[in-house]
Design a protein around this ligand. Structure first.
Ligand SMILES: NC(=O)c1ccc[n+]([C@@H]2O[C@H](COP(=O)([O-])OP(=O)(O)OC[C@H]3O[C@@H](n4cnc5c(N)ncnc54)[C@H](O)[C@@H]3O)[C@@H](O)[C@H]2O)c1
Length: 455
């Protein structure tokens, strides 16, 4: 063990941040603000070139455009595609490249494996490596540790420090969240935990929570996100119950949530994004024994069921609409918003996709509108953008995501529209009904009450 391995107060001066995306770039800026020399590493040459010119490719955090030119000019921040070289010069390496799932919901480690091999090739004795990417339980202690040890010839917690700390911030509010959310950490052993804690104390004001193992720290993030998926599934079940009993779920949940132990989320047409509908699948994967999947009968039955409930909401929404207007066969339906949530330009696992599939199964012609994407971008994603001036051809509108711009959508132009399903409880019922359009939401209790209105 080098002398520095037992000393958590050793000066740390250079940080390599691997992955300069929506989260990695703000992290690089946060560390540079604190006086570290930060080398951002990314495989995307354009991202690297932009940063070295003092520009940001991430628009979600307003602070980046203001601070990056200065930090680059003063030499606190630079970027490279040569991760191995940057790691050779760094005392700390923070990894924040994505781990994804494929169409079959299998965890895809290709980006983090590639990043880890590049890091291992440049890893020096005494360097601290921290993974912040959301990971299946056991990934740091097994897969990533052995990849690093194999490629570097060094041993974790003996020659170099290895830790895991889930990144819990949200894109768009990264700096606020970094200052407020406690930082959950764990090293692979005692020395690594102490060194990681010392690093985070030097860059964050937030409380630090130390877990017993990297496995437990990985579990924390999967609990947070799976909780929200299960909570929304429960809200969706309550909404369906409300529909079949002539009750309004929105008022009932709002009243229930006035009791301090009730925190029910909002029902809707589905759950999208790269976290909530994805990380439950990280729990179902079994990295301890790749031959043996975690059996449905054994455990995690509730998260599995929640995933199915939330993904079934698109089909349910279509059935709700058909209850009002009759068969959607040969009817034109406009989906407002393909982004997975309001006011973001991201479509990962968006409910718009499930809605489109459900509507097509029911024989509808499906159009979309989303001000965050060009016509070409919508077409490239397999959608049919509604041509401008064709609103009068639309029979049904579904609000899939609540972009602020949709508050000003001119529903008067949709003169043939019979029903609007407000999938996010975001539109003004009164003004829609004033246009003679039937307004419904998931869980408004009208499933039981309403008769058909179609001509
Ligand atoms: N986006 C969020 O809201 C959010 C919130 C909390 C945590 N996270 C975690 O952060 C991770 C990254 O999210 P993001 O939104 O920043 O992703 P992103 O897609 O915006 O950015 C990822 C970056 O990593 C780069 N990259 C890919 N492979 C690389 C490699 N081998 N070496 C170097 N760079 C590589 C890409 O070029 C890209 O610039 C997520 O997978 C998740 O675990 C994300």
């Amino acid at each position: 063990m080098p002398a520095s391995m037992s000393d958590s107060s050793v000066q740390l001066s250079t940080v390599a941040v691997v992955g300069l995306g929506k989260i990695g770039l703000p992290l690089a800026v946060q560390y540079a603000r604190k006086g570290y020399q930060v080398i951002g590493c990314d495989v995307n040459e354009q991202v690297v070139q932009n940063l070295n010119q003092g520009k940001t490719h991430i628009q979600e955090e307003g602070e980046l455009a203001l601070e990056i030119p200065c930090l680059v000019q003063q030499g606190y921040l630079s970027a490279t595609t040569q991760t191995t070289d940057a790691v050779r010069r760094a005392n700390v390496v923070v990894v924040i490249v994505p781990v994804l799932i494929d169409a079959a919901h299998t965890v895809d480690f290709q980006h983090i494996d590639a990043a880890t091999m590049a890091i291992g090739a440049g890893l020096q004795s005494g360097t601290l490596v921290i993974y912040e990417t959301t990971l299946p339980v056991g990934t740091t202690s097994s897969r990533l540790r052995s990849l690093l040890e194999r490629t570097s010839g060094l041993y974790a917690d003996q020659d170099f420090y290895l830790a895991y700390s889930p990144e819990r911030v949200s894109s768009g509010t990264v700096f606020r969240d970094l200052s407020q959310y406690p930082k959950v950490i764990s090293g692979i052993g005692r020395c690594s935990t102490a060194r990681a804690a010392a690093f985070y104390r030097s860059v964050l004001e937030a409380e630090i929570i130390t877990m017993a193992s990297t496995d437990e720290a990985e579990f924390v993030k999967l609990i947070e996100t799976t909780y929200r998926d299960v909570n929304i599934a429960l809200a969706n079940e309550f909404a369906r119950y409300a529909d079949s009993h002539g009750l309004n779920v929105r008022s009932a949940i709002a009243a229930a949530n006035t009791q301090p132990y009730s925190h029910i989320h909002t029902p809707g047409v589905g759950v999208g994004g790269h976290c909530i509908p994805v990380y439950p699948y990280f729990l179902f994967a079994n990295p301890f024994d790749e031959q043996e999947d975690i059996q449905e009968d054994d455990m995690l039955t509730l998260p599995r069921k929640a995933r199915r409930i939330n993904d079934s909401m698109a089909e349910y929404a279509v059935q709700r609409i058909e209850r009002v207007v009759g068969s959607l066969s040969c009817q034109s339906v406009l989906i407002l918003g393909v982004a997975y949530r309001g006011d973001v330009r991201e479509t990962a696992f968006t409910s718009a996709r499930l809605l489109q599939q459900a509507l097509l199964r029911h024989g509808a012609s499906v159009y979309v509108d989303d001000p965050y994407f060009s016509i070409g971008e919508l077409q490239a994603q397999g959608y049919t953008p509604l041509p401008s001036g064709y609103e009068h051809m639309i029979d049904v509108i579904i609000l899939q995501c609540n972009h602020r711009a949709f508050q000003n959508f001119d529903f008067c132009c949709a003169s043939a529209c019979k029903v609007i399903l407000d999938g996010r409880q975001a539109l003004c019922r009164k003004s829609i009904e004033a246009l003679g359009i039937h307004y419904i939401t998931i869980g408004d209790g009208e499933y039981k009450c309403s008769g058909r209105i179609h001509a």
